[in-house]
Design a protein around this ligand. Structure first.
Ligand SMILES: Cc1cc2nc3c(=O)[nH]c(=O)nc-3n(C[C@H](O)[C@H](O)[C@H](O)COP(=O)(O)OP(=O)(O)OC[C@H]3O[C@@H](n4cnc5c(N)ncnc54)[C@H](O)[C@@H]3O)c2cc1C
Length: 504
């Protein structure tokens, strides 16, 4: 079977690309996914529907990453199902700041300025709280904020403590100029995660020109000179090559660079080490790994006050670090409940660096698609990241020690007092424990021809190829200062439109 468009990977970027491209009924579109396809919400397992908790195990790739400069190895969750990480995530629906996209444009990608991307952020959403020039009312993804009355004890105490201390507040965290304390916009309705599987794929699944194939692993892209001719896939029935006119890779910031490298597209020296024939020497593939390093101060709670299904997040405080050059480069986020190894629930105040200076890298361990890539995040390599995380952890300690938490708190569990009292020890604690906020990105970045580390051009076309594209979190030049699900959906919106309209 031959298709006009093949989209490999059915996550936030890929599912949206395929659904928007297939709005042109004359285009045959195939959407491929390694994980299962649950056609309707009623057939979808509970872990994917429960928006109060992440799904970590049943639909996960099982990746591990070396998180930080101290070499700590941690699980790096990533959804393996139609919907991708959109189907397992925390359902925080934040946009980046206008400066993030204007920076992409200033790096030579003028298609991605704030002015150009705002219509797509509006198009993807149905904001149930705000109806103004910044928000959409007709898009597939419903977005709402928890109300004050819905706050669980940890969140309510956080909000009250911040208010008592006089921190600024914002009614809408997705307003372009917002900063400060506010309720998270979330793509969650009545506790149900509104993933791209539910919001985009389910309503489109009966289109005669859209085929969706789950449990189908993409091994590599097949190329002939400057053209991609098909994808080699593996199913329970064996391996085959499916051919297509335009091929869009959307396997996420871990999967897409891995597929590119297995296809011979990547840093030549690294590919040769693994006996992979070099098709295109693109040194940027797998480099520039960005993410949001995060670390929480944890607190023991008095008996019976935390509940296992309490929504994990509801409120947030976005702020600019002292001496920081970028607005809202940091975030403080209370986590309502976390289970310890003993099963006892604790709570945390997490500090997130939204604009880190450090960058990591992703390489292959093997040409075998069943062997996961090597993921090296290198968090806190840059001293400025250490400084900001230490200050953020101190802020979390201050807020968590406010009298508004007295009825809840049974004391700080980590870090211990000796560490808190010693700046150097606290810096070491951060270096050894900083971990991922689950936003790996930027591993196949878009850039103009003059940047040797660019992988795709601003229309997402892989350098050196006429008809091969990447449309997911890997193409971001830098990670925005917000959780990146909505930005990944926005990328899919644009890629799908460009294909549908024949722009690419
Ligand atoms: C636990 C968790 C919580 C998160 N919480 C939030 C949040 O609250 N808010 C937020 O904004 N962001 C959150 N994120 C991040 C966000 O969900 C992702 O950044 C976003 O989904 C990235 O979109 P993507 O298209 O790049 O990748 P994905 O959505 O991960 O999609 C990639 C798809 O490709 C498939 N795939 C990969 N390799 C292959 C292959 N070889 N063959 C076939 N298919 C393949 C995968 O199975 C997956 O379906 C979270 C992520 C995780 C894991």
């Amino acid at each position: 079977m031959h298709y006009d468009v093949i989209v490999a990977g059915a996550g936030a970027g890929g599912a949206v690309t395929a659904v928007r491209a297939s709005e042109d009924s004359s285009l045959s579109v195939l959407l491929l996914e390694a994980g299962p396809h649950y056609a309707t919400a009623s057939q979808t397992p509970a872990d994917l529907l429960n928006g109060n908790e992440n799904s970590y195990f049943a639909h996960d790739w099982g990746y591990e990453a070396t998180a930080n400069v101290a070499g700590r190895v941690v699980p790096l969750p990533a959804g393996q199902v139609v919907g991708g990480s959109s189907a397992v995530n925390t359902a925080i629906a934040l946009r980046g700041a206008p400066e993030d996209y204007d920076e992409w444009a200033s790096l030579g990608n003028d298609e991605w300025s704030w002015e150009k991307v705002l219509p797509y952020f509006r198009r993807l959403e149905r904001d149930l709280d705000f109806d103004n020039e910044f928000h959409g009312q007709d898009g597939p993804i419903p977005v709402r904020r928890h109300t004050e009355a819905e706050l669980v004890p940890v969140q309510a105490a956080f909000v009250r403590a911040m208010r008592a201390l006089g921190y600024e507040e914002t009614p809408d965290n997705n307003h372009p100029q917002s900063a400060g304390l506010g309720f998270h916009p979330m793509n969650k309705l009545d506790g149900r995660r509104m993933s791209v599987a539910i919001c985009y794929v389910e309503p489109a699944r009966k289109r005669p020109n859209l085929s969706i194939k789950g449990e189908c692993l993409v091994r590599r892209i097949v190329t002939d000179g400057s053209r991609a001719t098909g994808v080699e896939v593996e199913t329970s029935g064996g391996s085959e090559v499916i051919t297509g006119d335009r091929i869009v890779l959307a396997c996420g910031a871990i999967g897409s660079p891995a597929v590119l490298m297995r296809s011979g597209i990547g840093p030549a020296a690294h590919l040769r080490e693994l006996d992979i024939d070099v098709v295109a020497d693109l040194p940027g593939v797998g480099e520039n790994l960005d993410d949001h390093p995060m670390l929480g101060v944890t607190f023991a709670a008095k008996d019976g006050l935390l509940k296992r299904n309490d929504p994990v997040v509801q409120s947030t405080y976005r702020y600019t670090s002292t001496g920081g050059q970028e607005r809202n480069d940091m975030q403080l986020m209370p986590v309502s409940q976390l289970a310890t190894r003993s099963g006892r629930l604790v709570y945390a105040i997490g500090t997130v660096i939204y604009r880190q200076k450090s960058r990591g890298r992703l390489t292959l361990q093997s040409a075998d698609p069943h062997v996961p890539p090597r993921i090296d995040e290198r968090f806190l390599k840059a001293d400025e990241d250490v400084r900001r995380l230490v200050a953020g952890v101190r802020l979390g300690l201050e807020i968590g020690s406010h009298p508004e938490f007295e009825h809840l708190s049974d004391g700080v569990k980590a870090p211990d007092t000796a560490v808190i009292l010693d700046d150097d020890a606290l810096a070491d604690w951060c270096r050894s424990l900083a971990s991922s906020g689950f936003h790996p990105s930027c591993t196949a970045k878009m850039a103009p021809a003059g940047d040797p580390m660019g992988v795709v051009d601003q229309h997402l076309r892989v350098r050196g190829f006429d008809n091969l594209f990447v449309a997911d979190a890997s193409v971001m030049p830098n990670c925005p200062r917000a959780n990146i699900h909505l930005t990944s959906v926005m990328i899919g919106e644009r890629a799908g439109e460009w294909i549908r309209e024949g722009v690419v």
